[in-house]
Design a protein. Structure first.
Length: 554
């Protein structure tokens, strides 16, 4: 049967296959069949799939493939992200940990992301992970699972945004100290720069809300250009080149951990390089053919990430001449570029470009932080849901949840004044929080039966079982390793607070469940309509001939 030819017998067959499915919420009636039968464009198919997933179209579909990649990579920005924390991998096991830890982290995160992208292909919705949980979990537990993962997603994305802002603030202050070595940077000054960056980066959403798709494309190209320029400058101005044995040399770690533990910690740390790979999912409702394009963009984000991060780190590792100076520097990226080039002017140019990328990429994070909270609000998952679920009629995007994210981020930054260690523990924990939301829906799909998944563009088949199972196993390892202190012996000053914070967060979420959770409804999905609509949307050019309409209406 052609993908665009859905007749009455095929609809009845799909209904028979799914009528006993525990995820079914609303049966497919004659009116629904008429709607499906009237699809005559890709846009119509997208809207029908969205309604089958429980929501009406609320925003313009402004993101094309390239602009969606621009947003997704602006968030992940792998080479930039790794430059912010590779110093810790040097501490774990020297240059070889920086390089091979990155490669291993790529394969780990790629497997997790691939399994998640299959669910995004099956159920395209801005709600993302909590939406998948609600659809796939057993009826008895679906509200609880979706509610907890919904809150975890919101908090994770708001903390990830805080993380990006902190990197921008620290980089800017580090540049000031680079030019003026006697300048003493206080915590309150970093916080002021942090708030200033937050304000500057959220403003474009209000000045040109309909041009966000263009903004993120510009960000993508600036990031790629910056990586190429830094790569060329480092190689052209290199002061010396280390032998190949330098990259594979062992025994350079100073963390105090044994090799096995150090390797696991290094992989965990390098996963920050690929953080936020679900970004494209949360603009599913602003993208044409999301069931097809979202998984494509998620995969492309990972590939662009490794193809940018690995070359620049290889160049820097080979051109580094003082390992201890890089490890002990307050801004390792600045120190290693300075060692490689031997030029203050060249170092200033590359680090300023890097700081600019840190800043301009934050607009994409505000987009995602606002969208995930808005999606959760329309399913009554947050206090004052009716207030926060509103799309502003003038700006055409969820202004209220975006502003709420801004307020949270600014208040969260105050923690930096009290304890930089606690602040950094929460930032580090963001990778864990996000991966928990990636693994839980995959675990539900695995144990509830992958055969229940509807027709979709990305069908992993047997590989899906591996990705889902691996995600569940890895989250256990990640959950343990993220809680380890970065070095031993440890003290109150170097203690890792991630475990305490994670327990505290879950406690808060449970309290929310017994208070505001009773209002949480979840999406009113139509399982059998999803089956039919997804099958139609998979076609490249859906058409609605009069004969097909007649057969469906019959």
């Amino acid at each position: 049967m052609d993908e665009t030819a859905i007749n009455a017998s095929s609809v009845r067959s799909l209904k028979d296959d799914t009528k006993n499915n525990s995820a079914a919420e609303t049966p497919l009636n004659k009116e629904d069949l008429i709607v499906v039968g009237s699809i005559n464009s890709v846009e119509d198919a997208d809207d029908v799939v969205l309604r089958a997933n429980g929501h009406d179209p609320a925003m313009q579909r402004q993101f094309k493939w390239l602009s969606a990649l621009g947003l997704a990579f602006s968030i992940t920005n792998s080479w930039v992200g790794y430059l912010s924390n590779f110093g810790q991998n040097l501490i774990y096991n020297g240059p070889r940990m920086v390089i091979f830890g990155l490669v291993l982290a790529f394969f780990v995160q790629f497997a997790v992301t691939l399994g998640l992208s299959e669910l995004a292909s099956a159920f395209p919705s801005s709600g993302g992970q909590y939406h998948f949980c609600y659809i796939l979990a057993p009826k008895k537990h679906k509200r609880f699972a979706a509610f907890i993962i919904g809150w975890m997603s919101v908090v994770a994305w708001w903390v990830v945004t805080s993380s990006g802002l902190s990197l921008a603030a620290v980089s800017i202050c580090g540049l000031a100290r680079f030019f003026h070595p006697d300048f003493v940077i206080h915590a309150y000054q970093i916080w002021l720069v942090y708030v200033g960056c937050a304000f500057i980066t959220i403003v474009p959403l209000f000045l040109a809300p309909s041009k966000v798709s263009v903004t993120v494309q510009v960000t993508l190209f600036l990031s790629l250009i910056g990586m190429v320029l830094m790569f060329i400058i480092v190689l052209a101005m290199r002061q010396q080149v280390q032998p190949a044995s330098w990259i594979t040399q062992g025994g350079l770690g100073t963390s105090g951990w044994n090799d096995g533990t150090a390797w696991l910690l290094g992989i965990t740390n390098a996963m920050y390089t690929f953080g936020g790979t679900d970004g494209a999912i949360h603009i599913s409702e602003e993208m044409s053919q999301p069931g097809r394009r979202v998984p494509q963009v998620m995969g492309a984000t990972m590939l662009v990430g490794i193809l940018t991060a690995l070359p620049i780190m290889l160049a820097l590792m080979f051109c580094m001449n003082d390992l201890d100076a890089v490890i002990n520097s307050p801004l390792p990226s600045l120190e290693i570029v300075y060692q490689a080039t031997g030029s203050k002017a060249a170092t200033s140019f590359t680090i300023i470009w890097l700081a600019v990328i840190y800043v301009i990429c934050l607009t994409a994070q505000w987009v995602t932080a606002g969208r995930i909270a808005w999606a959760f609000a329309r399913d009554h998952g947050v206090p004052f849901s009716n207030y926060f679920a509103r799309i502003d009629p003038y700006f055409k995007f969820p202004v209220r949840t975006t502003v709420a994210a801004f307020v949270f981020v600014c208040c969260y930054g105050l923690l930096y004044l009290a304890s930089t260690t606690a602040f950094n523990s929460i930032v580090t924990g963001a990778v864990l929080y996000l991966n928990i939301t990636y693994a839980v829906p995959q675990g539900i799909a695995l144990f509830q039966g992958r055969k229940k998944l509807p027709p979709r563009y990305l069908n992993l088949g047997w590989l899906g079982y591996f990705c889902n199972a691996f995600s569940c196993l890895w989250i256990v390892i990640l959950g343990v390793m993220v809680c380890f202190p970065p070095s031993i012996p440890t003290s109150t000053a170097t203690m890792n607070y991630t475990s305490v914070i994670l327990v505290g967060l879950f406690t808060i979420f449970i309290i929310f469940w017994f208070t505001i959770g009773r209002n949480f409804e979840g999406p009113h999905i139509q399982w059998d309509m999803i089956q039919v609509a997804n099958q139609i949307s998979r076609a490249k050019n859906p058409t609605a001939s009069s004969s097909r309409r007649a057969s469906v209406e019959a």
